[in-house]
Design a protein around this ligand. Structure first.
Ligand SMILES: *Cc1c(COP(=O)(O)O)cnc(C)c1O
Length: 466
């Protein structure tokens, strides 16, 4: 090792010095000394490697401290709580639906030990882990049979593969959608081993387009709901029941990739799973969108078709675990009493909050913040705005809301910097930023989170003033 590198090493803090710096940050409260020491050693080793490879100048002590904090921050991301002040009810980045209390309790019980997951307690013999979820889905939707997999993408893949591999799948050109960046309907169909037959045009598809495309190789007619965008103007799609009637004439199954999984109507919900079941299609939907349950995909359909899906060798590769089934069945049970579901299931509760209620919450937050934060740093106010359902559900639905606005004064930090500090705090706080003003929407905030939100904002602002 040459002398210049040795000299650069000498500019680095010692392990002890960097640990001491770390111990002066709030994050250190959540970590043991051992964990901090390990991270500090790792960061210093990385820095020595960087210096040895001849890469630029060494970082300052402050930058090294930030590296340590960043590593520890990433470490805790999976278990840290977040406050969703974005106003997006189903935010995929924030984990989509929050579970109802009953579902949280069910997960805790299932997680805490063994469960009779696959044992028929009557006979003591091996049973089926899906039995209870299947019974509930039958009861609630009227479907003949049901199956649960990891997510809706898996539900679509498995269904197409089980029913139409080696055959043709007919779909309207207006429904060849991409949802969430990685879920593209055409790609799923092809990778499930079926040939895609596109019919109609982007904005108009008629029943005659479908009928003309039917051959003796047709295995499935697929309808996909374009759930994250809306087409307006001169458009036409074929109603589901008309597709089913067509399918019946030619003995071809029809599938509705319903996506949202709504089980009851609240204002803003345009379509429910039951409607598709009633129309006589196979239905696929997510568990963690409007249903308000855990991440999973649900397939509903006639016994004959479901049998092919459930017995398919790939079904095992999409099998859900006991925690998912516990959360799902606990959520579904709440729907036995729709009035209870509207109160207990967070997604539905958030959709039903009206602007007067939200305005009260925002005014309260503003009052509390104004007591503690100087108006010379941040201008604090409220502003009417719109919340979104999100998660690829209901592109046309916007819900009126009232946000808290934080407008950082010139010479203080920018709104973007404040948003970053809030994201990195514990619990992480997420808002929306527009023209450097931070908007905090109370729609998806629980009462117990309000003091945490106020405290978090206060701490981030104080952190930058001292
Ligand atoms: C959201 C959605 C999917 C994908 O669902 P995941 O559960 O995220 O896999 C598929 N199809 C439709 C119509 C959707 O809305």
């Amino acid at each position: 090792m040459n002398d210049s590198i040795k000299n650069l090493y000498r500019t680095l803090p010692s392990v002890k010095q960097l640990i001491d710096l770390t111990l002066h940050t709030p994050l250190s409260e959540t970590y043991s000394l051992t964990a901090i020491k390990r991270t500090v050693q790792q960061v210093l080793q990385d820095e020595r490697n960087r210096i040895a490879s001849g890469n630029s100048r060494p970082l300052t002590h402050q930058s090294l401290l930030e590296k340590v904090l960043d590593v520890m921050d990433i470490d805790s991301r999976q278990t840290r709580r977040a406050i969703n002040a974005t106003g997006v009810i189903l935010h995929t980045g924030l984990g989509r639906a929050c579970l109802a209390n009953a579902a949280q309790e069910a997960v805790a019980i299932a997680a805490s030990g063994h469960t009779p997951l696959e044992i028929d307690t009557d006979t003591g013999r091996r049973g089926d882990r899906h039995t209870f979820a299947r019974e509930l889905l039958r009861e609630l939707t009227g479907t003949e049979d049901a199956h649960v997999v990891n997510n809706c993408a898996a539900a679509v893949f498995l269904t197409v593969n089980a029913i139409a591999a080696g055959k043709e799948v007919i779909i309207s050109r207006g429904q060849l959608v991409e949802i969430g960046g990685t879920f593209r309907i055409p790609d799923i169909i092809r990778s499930a081993g079926a040939d895609l037959v596109e019919v109609g045009t982007t904005n108009k598809t008629r029943i005659s387009d479908y009928e003309k495309a039917i051959t003796d190789r047709t295995g499935l007619i697929l309808r996909c709901r374009p759930s994250n965008f809306a087409m307006v103007g001169f458009t036409e799609e074929v109603e589901l029941h008309n597709l089913v009637a067509l399918g019946k004439r030619y003995a071809i199954p029809v599938m509705d990739d319903e996506g949202s999984g709504a089980l009851i109507n609240v204002p803003g919900i345009e379509h429910t799973v039951q409607q598709s079941v009633n129309d006589g299609t196979i239905v696929t939907c997510s568990g963690d969108k409007l249903m308000g349950g855990p991440q999973c995909g649900i397939i509903l359909g006639s016994s004959a078709l479901m049998d092919k899906i459930i017995r398919h060798p790939l079904a095992r590769t999409f099998r859900v675990d006991k925690l998912t089934l516990a959360a799902l069945t606990a959520t579904l049970k709440l729907y036995r009493d729709p009035d209870m579901a509207k109160v207990e299931i967070p997604v539905l509760k958030y959709m039903l909050r009206n602007v007067d209620e939200l305005e009260k919450i925002s005014h309260h937050i503003v009052r509390e913040l104004k007591k503690r934060v100087s108006e010379s740093l941040v201008m604090i106010g409220t502003q009417r705005s719109m919340s979104e359902v999100g998660g690829g559900s209901m592109p046309k639905t916007e819900l009126e809301t009232c946000c808290v606005t934080l407008n950082c004064m010139d010479g203080f930090i920018t709104g973007y910097r404040l948003a970053e500090l809030l994201r990195k705090s514990d619990p992480s706080i997420f808002g929306r930023i527009k023209k450097d003003i931070l908007y905090l929407d109370p729609r998806c905030i629980e009462p117990h989170e309000i003091p945490q939100l106020i405290e978090g904002i206060y701490r981030c602002i104080m952190q930058t003033t001292c």
